[in-house]
Design a protein around this ligand. Sequence first.
Ligand code: GLY
Length: 363
Amino acid sequence: MNKKQILVPLSNNSYEVTIQKGIIGSIGEELNRIGINKERKILIVSNREISNLFGEKVINNLKKYNFYAEIFNINAGESYKNLNSLSDIYNFAFDIGLERNSLMIALGGGIVGDVTGFAAATWLRGIEYIQIPTTLLSMVDSSVGGKTAVNHPKGKNLIGAFYQPKAVFIDPETLATLPTREFKAGMAEVIKYGIIKDKALFEYLEDDKNRDDILNLENESLIQIINNSIQTKACIVSEDEKENGIRAILNYGHSFGHVIENLCGYGEYLHGEAISIGMRIAGDIASEKNLWLKEDSLRQNTLLESYDLPTQIPKIKKNEVLTILMGDKKVRDGRMRFILPREIGKVDIFNDISESQFLKYFD
Ligand code: GLY
């Protein structure tokens, strides 16, 4: 299983996700393959750590294919996913004369991907961009589906656009340099796909041998879980690109996850860790309401814990939880929507969960 290609079928601008070991060293060739030729200027947006690791490899290959490319680094970290970083990218784009037929490449994790996508969506009213995600979380989630954004001081991802990339190139080898804690945090999103739609993936992740292979970064198993996750994501996004309905199920665990990230301070919990706790809370609410079996809830939590993901709810105040939930984009027509599981491999959207049913998990 050396290479996997997944089509994200959309009414306009369908694109392919290619997963291949070593693909980061042949981006020039890949751009040619999808019809992007050397006359086009390229701005690669990354951060210092990632561009030190992979920037040269990407640039050298682009040069070999006669592309003109420059790298611009934004600061790493959620606190830099803001309008200032965006403005720095625009300034650099202006300085190098990035034109309407130029291209941006996001080389990095979710923050780089989201900011670059939004920069591409807005520069000269929109230029094409490519995603090269280098963290597990961005490979299986944020690089696919066209959600681009920066944070507003009042909330996460409040300024953004749906803007699909031209292609996504995923190199599982980049995960070798990812800190173990970040890799495991990415596993929370993979487990999420198992619960929302893919029971076979969930069962694959439960197997001891598979878990060892995954945690040892064995190529075949990485490609398998990334491929299965993206298949699910592509299927949901193609049905509901702009999140008018079913796409919301991708947010399983995210409402409470965002509360935890927000109230405990970004950095205390990684995004995936907060989502893990969020899935535990959603699972508990669902079993209290008899939406799914208590055994399934325990099975979910056991799987999360087996990948060293947290499931203990931190001490946070009920009124603060309410404030964050009300400001979250997941509120529609003034009602809070929650994604709750029915069984492993199936979730539904609910807007009739009372405050007392979810606030009981907080202080
Ligand atoms: N990360 C959720 C989505 O892309 O819709």
